[in-house]
Design a protein around this ligand. Structure first.
Ligand code: DX5
Ligand code: ZN
Length: 216
């Protein structure tokens, strides 16, 4: 199991410190929530933020692109130092092509599905992705409540992976806490994104340790 703290809930005025704290606390990835105010109703970071973070950490950067027309931004995020680029299935009619572009740009391609999007709708791209992200809240904001019904998609993706002989990692994002993590881990999740659970607490490293403990 990998832990991917989301800097969406970090203190933006002390971002390097907040990254260091989770890196020292055993984070496996750093999740960066990119929002364009169009695909979702919030605005956050662009490629400049990824470029600024890149030299301050060795953690792989897991870039969640909540943007319309994601293909347009692939070169800039790849150039900025993103490791994984996560593309929403709902954001483009050219999902397969966008994922191919991510690979060609030298990054790991990941596909993301909103709560209203089915696993069946992304079956055709599963062979070309390294990661599948199941949203367990509606994207746009941290601190929302986990939607339990999404665990079934995780189980479905785990079964499909075995059936099709694939090796993508299954990631979940939204409302992950020590209470909800067991549900998705039981269903087969490999990567847990956690924002407010980690950063809204006084000791983010202790929060990561708690998540680690429920995983065992
Ligand atoms: C929501 C973002 C998440 C967010 C999760 O749109 O994709 O990554 O940071 O925050 P929590 O863990 O607070 O639900
Ligand atoms: Zn995210």
């Amino acid at each position: 199991m990998k832990l991917a703290p989301s800097i969406l809930s970090a203190d933006f005025a002390h971002l390097a410190d907040d990254i260091e704290v989770v890196a020292a606390g055993g984070a496996d990835l750093l999740h960066v929530d990119v929002m364009d105010g169009h695909f979702v109703a919030n605005l956050t970071f662009g490629p400049g933020m990824v470029a600024a973070i890149r030299p301050v950490t060795n953690l792989p950067l897991d870039v969640h692109m909540m943007v319309s027309d994601p293909a347009r931004w692939i070169p800039a995020f790849a150039q900025a130092g993103a490791d994984t680029l996560l593309i929403h299935a709902e954001a483009t009619p050219h999902l397969y092509g966008a994922l191919q572009q991510v690979r060609a740009a030298g990054c790991r391609p990941g596909v993301v599905i909103n709560p209203g999007t089915t696993v069946a709708s992304i079956e055709a791209v599963l062979p070309i992705v390294d990661q599948v992200l199941v949203m367990t809240v509606n994207p746009g904001f941290g601190g929302q409540r986990f939607i339990p019904a999404m665990a079934a998609k995780v189980a479905q993706l785990a079964a499909l992976r075995q059936q099709l002989g694939l090796s993508y990692e299954i990631e979940v994002d939204g409302g992950i806490t020590t209470a909800t993590a067991p549900v998705v881990l039981e269903a087969g999740a490999d990567i847990l994104v956690a924002g407010s659970f980690v950063y809204a607490a006084p000791d983010p490293a202790a929060q990561l340790a708690k998540l680690r403990r429920v995983a065992r």
